[in-house]
Design a protein around this ligand. Structure first.
Ligand code: PNS
Length: 166
C-alpha cells in the first residue's frame, strides 16, 4: 500500500492544488493532504479553516484525508507511514526551491521520496497569493478556486473590512 503526503500552506486551496490532489489520488492508495501549521506570518485563513475548506473540496475522493502538521515534513511522513511526498511543479521558477527541498528531505529521510506532478497548463499561472490579490481588489476568482472556497474568501474579506483589518 502506497501512502503519500501532499504538503503545503493551502491559504487557500486553489483549483491547481485540487487538480494535483485528484491526479495523485489516482496513483497512490492513500493521499494525506498536510496543512503546515504556522507557515505564514499573515495568513488569510487559520489552519483549522484551511483544513476545513480542503475537507469540503476533497470530500468526494475516498482515499484522500486532510490533516495539519507542525515541524519537519519528513517527520509527518514517517508518522503517517507515507513513503512519498507529492509536490506540484508549475514552472521552472518553482524548480530550484523544490529541488533543494526534495534533496534536503531525502538527506534527512532516505526512505521518503518526492514525486512531482507537472501542473495542468490551465492552472500553471495560479497560486494562492494571486487568488488573494485578485480577491482583495474584488476581481473575478471563480476560475481559480471552487465555489465553496470563493464564498469563504468573500466572507473573510467582508468580515475583515468590518474589523478594519486585511
Ligand atoms: O505550499 P508551500 O507553502 O510552498 O509548502 C511548503 C512546505 C509546507 C512543503 C514546506 O515549507 C515544508 O515542508 N515545511 C515543513 C518544514 C520542513 O520540513 N522543512 C524542511 C524542508 S527543506
Amino acid at each position: 500500500m502506497t501512502i503519500a503526503v501532499y504538503p503545503g500552506s493551502f491559504d487557500p486551496v486553489t483549483l491547481g492544488h485540487l487538480d494535483i490532489i485528484e491526479r495523485a489520488s489516482r496513483v497512490v492508495d492513500r493521499l494525506i493532504v498536510g496543512v503546515l501549521n504556522n507557515s505564514m506570518k499573515t495568513p488569510m485563513f487559520t489552519v483549522a479553516e484551511r483544513v476545513e475548506l480542503l475537507k469540503r473540496v476533497t470530500g468526494a475522493i475516498p482515499n484522500v484525508e486532510v490533516r495539519s502538521f507542525g515541524g519537519l515534513l519528513v517527520d509527518f511522513a514517517h508518522e503517517t507511514g507515507a513513503s512519498v511526498i507529492v509536490r506540484g511543479l508549475r514552472a521552472v521558477t518553482d524548480f530550484e526551491y523544490e529541488l533543494q527541498m526534495s534533496q534536503t528531505n531525502r538527506k534527512i529521510a532516505p526512505d521518503v521520496d518526492t514525486v512531482f506532478f507537472t501542473t495542468n497548463l490551465e492552472y500553471a499561472y495560479l497560486s494562492s497569493s494571486i487568488v488573494k490579490e485578485v480577491a482583495m481588489y474584488e476581481g473575478n476568482i471563480s476560475e481559480f478556486v471552487s465555489p465553496e472556497v470563493e464564498q469563504a474568501i468573500w466572507e473573510k474579506i467582508k468580515s475583515s473590512e468590518k474589523k478594519g483589518s486585511l
